[in-house]
Design a protein around this ligand. Structure first.
Ligand code: UGA
Length: 436
């Protein structure tokens, strides 16, 4: 099959490379000339484990190419995927669909023969209907079938998630489009990933519902962590204790500094707006959004408390800045709220992140000092704070850290270490939802 992938962000680039790896011929299109030039030279615009090799292999074998020109890619395609950004619209929290509709216009004008146009970007319910009517308006005679096919991959595990998904959701009522989509995903359902066919609107909603549910699960355990701290219980044991019940499930029950990233914050907010406008408000999700925002700032208070209530003039060493490990993505990372709040309170910030410094420099205040490694970061600091659970922070040399830090105080916002071990090592140790 011939595939055109419009947009080379996380989802577009990973999906395009994976479809090529299945044996399809894929052209990834992006308006950003520098990005396309770089991709042609094998330089990835994002840090994602395994992506460079995957791209390189498929480019060399002639199945994957990159272009700034949409028309040749679309003219030859059986399926054109729209994988452009849908950021939060300033002011009202709705998803901004201007890139999706602009791509739709260009695609419709260039399609030849029967073409399936697939929305892979996360788009609110009803967007497929809009894409269809714009296509009809632009090219009344074109044979276009608009399908919703949301993506559920996680950053940092994107290739694995794409190639071994729990399910593939395809929203269409059109038999011909169904046949094309089935052919595209054949290598996956042979490996027993179920294909779920639904209506287009249902498919669009499944994507938001999945992200909102996961965000709710995280927020639930985060609030329970606060309760555990008050009543002297252990949130990790609570997670285990409830997660072993198959009806609940153990995943996404790790308490931490609040969810971040390019998806959960934006998608939960957009879903609440859709629901309000439809007259069926999702009050649970509205609460989740508010609780999670407040939590990120509350984490700074944890650091202040660990230093006896005052951080003025103190040096805080932060390990991990990205919203989670194995990515360089800083979008809505809890570290942003933590850094800003601590700077406001008069602290000095030293920070280290294995991959995220380049992105961090763009969003964090200039005063932040970036260290070379974890030990350099801890140098003369009053407290060491683990913000993101990179593997590199899972086996730190605390003997060395003790000599490097000004005071042996650790605040572990990801519960990487065990309180009893840290105390045995002579540290004052605070974590999330666990008794000391
Ligand atoms: C999320 C979803 O997991 C994907 O299924 C979805 O495709 C993607 O959004 C999207 O819509 O594109 P992602 O944002 O890459 O993926 O990251 P997650 O692994 O889901 O983590 C999101 C946030 O939740 C991170 O800040 C993470 O630290 C936090 N988290 C996650 C917790 O605090 N506790 C947990 O138990 C799990």
């Amino acid at each position: 099959m011939h595939v055109a992938m419009i947009g080379t962000g996380y989802v577009g680039l990973v999906s395009g490379a994976c479809f090529a790896d299945f044996g399809h011929t894929v052209v990834c299109v992006d308006k950003d000339e520098r990005k396309i030039q770089a991709l042609r030279q094998g330089i990835m615009p994002i840090y994602e484990p395994g992506l460079e090799d995957l791209v390189d292999r498929n480019v060399r074998q002639g199945r994957l190419s990159f272009s700034t020109e949409l028309s040749p890619a679309v003219e030859n395609a059986d399926a054109v995927f729209i994988a452009v950004g849908t950021p939060s619209r300033r002011g009202d929290g709705h998803a901004d669909l201007s890139y999706v509709y602009a791509a739709t216009r260009e695609i419709a004008a260039k399609c030849k023969g029967f073409t399936v146009v697939v929305t892979k970007s996360t788009v609110p319910v009803g967007t497929g209907d809009q894409v269809e009517s714009i296509s009809r308006e632009v090219a009344p005679d074109a044979e276009i079938s608009v399908v919703s096919n949301p993506e559920f991959l996680r950053e940092g595990a994107a290739i694995e998630d794409f190639k071994r998904p729990d399910r593939i959701v395809i929203g269409t009522d059109d038999e011909r489009a169904r046949a094309v989509m089935t052919e595209l995903y054949r290598p996956l359902f042979i490996n027993s990933s179920p294909l779920l066919f639904t209506s287009r609107r249902t498919s669009e909603l499944i994507k938001y519902a999945a992200n909102a549910f996961l965000a709710t699960k995280i927020t639930f355990i985060n609030e329970l962590a606060d309760l555990c701290e008050r009543v002297g219980a252990n949130v990790q044991d609570v997670s285990r204790g409830i997660g072993l019940d198959n009806r609940i499930g153990s995943k996404f029950l790790h308490a931490g500094p609040g969810y971040g990233g390019s998806c959960f914050p934006k998608d939960t907010l957009a879903l609440t707006r859709t629901a309000q406008e439809a007259g069926a408000p999702l009050r649970i999700v509205e609460t989740v959004v508010g609780v999670n925002d407040a939590r990120k700032t509350a984490m700074a208070r944890k650091v202040v408390n660990a230093l006896g209530g005052n951080v003025k003039g103190a040096t805080v060493a932060l390990l991990g800045l990205t919203f989670k490990p194995n990515t360089d993505d800083m979008r809505d990372a809890p570290s942003i709220a933590i850094v800003n709040s601590l700077l406001d309170k008069g602290a000095k910030i030293r920070a280290y992140d294995p991959e995220g410094v380049h992105e961090a420099r763009k969003v964090l205040p200039e005063e932040v000092f970036y260290a070379e490694n974890a030990y350099d970061c801890a140098k003369d600091a009053d407290v060491l704070v683990i913000v993101t659970e990179w593997d590199a922070f899972r086996a730190l040399d605390f003997g060395l850290l003790k000599t490097t830090l000004k005071q042996p105080i650790v605040v572990d916002l990801r519960n990487v270490y065990r309180p009893q071990d840290m105390e045995a090592l002579g540290f004052t140790y605070e974590s999330v939802g666990r008794p000391n």
